[in-house]
Write a protein that binds this ligand. Sequence first.
Ligand SMILES: *Cc1c(COP(=O)(O)O)cnc(C)c1O
Length: 364
Amino acid sequence: MINVTKSYLPDLEEYTNYLKGIWERVHLTNDGPLLRDLEAQMKDYLGVKHLKFCTNGTIVLQLALKALDITKEVITTPFSYVATTNALLWEGCTPVFADIRPDDFCLDPTKIESLITENTQAIMATHVYGNACRIEEIQAIAEKHNLKVIYDAAHTFGASYNGRSILSYGDLSTCSFHATKVFHTVEGGCIVTDSDEMAEKLHFYRSFGHRNDDYYSVGINAKNSEFHAAMGLCVLPKVPALIEARKRVFGYYNDRLDFSRITRPTLTPGVDYNYAYYPVVFESEEVLLRVVESLKAQHVSPRRYFFPSLNTLPFSVGHQPCPISEEVSLRVLCLPLYPDLAEEDVNLIAGIVNEALIPSGVVY
Ligand SMILES: *Cc1c(COP(=O)(O)O)cnc(C)c1O
C-alpha cells in the first residue's frame, strides 16, 4: 500500500533518550524544558521572533482570531483544508469567500476589495501546498482598509519567501505539525508573531489566561506536552534532509508524468519551496475519478486535496460563488509524496496516471 503521505519517524533510541529525561524530571507538560528547547530551536531555524508551540494547527487559528479580537466578517479562501473555515465558524466569525488565483490556487488579492463591508475585520488566507500567497498585495489591501492579516501557513514549514520563512509574514501566522506535514510532532502546531504584546497575550491564551495565581484574561488549553516536544526535537534537525529527499521524489514525477494532459500549480516568484505536496490537475473530474480508480486498484492511495471547495460546505454561512476554486477542487489530486518514496514506486504511479489519462477503448 502506498499512501499519499508517510510520517517520518526518528530512531526509536533517539526518542527514548528524551523519554528517560521526562521520567527523571516527572515534568510531563505545562511549559516544560523540552517544549522550551523546541520553541528556541524552531525560532532559530525559522528566524522568527516569537513562536508558541501549541496542540494543533486548528487551535492556533482560533487563538489568532481571539488574540486579534476578530468576531465579525473575515475574507477568506475557499481553497484550503476545512480547518481554516471551521476555526472561523467555531469562533463565531462570518467567513466571506473570495476566489483563488487560477495559476497557484492561493487567495486572489484582486477579488478581496469588492467583498469588504463595514463589518470586515480581517483577511485569513492559506499558503496553498507550501507556496506563498501574494503577500505584498494582500498587505496593501489590509493597510488601506485597516484589516488584520492571518495566514494559515500549515503547509509552509521550511519554505521561505524573499529569504524569510513564510511563517514570518502577516499579523499572525500559524503552522500545523500534524503527523502528515513536512515537519511534525505527532500532533502539534504553532503561532508566530513579531509583536511582543501579541506574544504575551498568546502565552496566556494558550494556558487558561493565568500565570500561577494571577488571572489576566479568558483563555483556553492549547498547551502541548513534553512527549510531543520530544518528537519535535528528534525530527527538527532532519528537516533539511527530509526536504532534499522530497525534492528528489518531486523530480522523478516531473520526469515521468505526461504533461500534455496534466497541469500543475505555479510557484510565486521569490519562494524557496519545501516540496510539501505533489498536486496534479486533470482535464475534468471524470479523468480524475478514472485515475483514482486505477491507482486504488494498484494499492496506491492519492488524496483529493483540497476538496470540496469550502464555499460549498453545507454547514457554513458563507456561500459566495468562487468558480475557480469550485472547478479546481473537482480536478485536483495530490499524488503520494514522502521522503523515502522509492523511484520505482514513482515510476509505477506515474505509469498508472499516464495510462488512465486516455479513455480505454480509444484506438490510435
Ligand atoms: C493540516 C492543516 C490544518 C489543521 O492542522 P491540524 O494540526 O491537523 O489541526 C489547517 N489548515 C491547513 C491548510 C492544513 O493543511
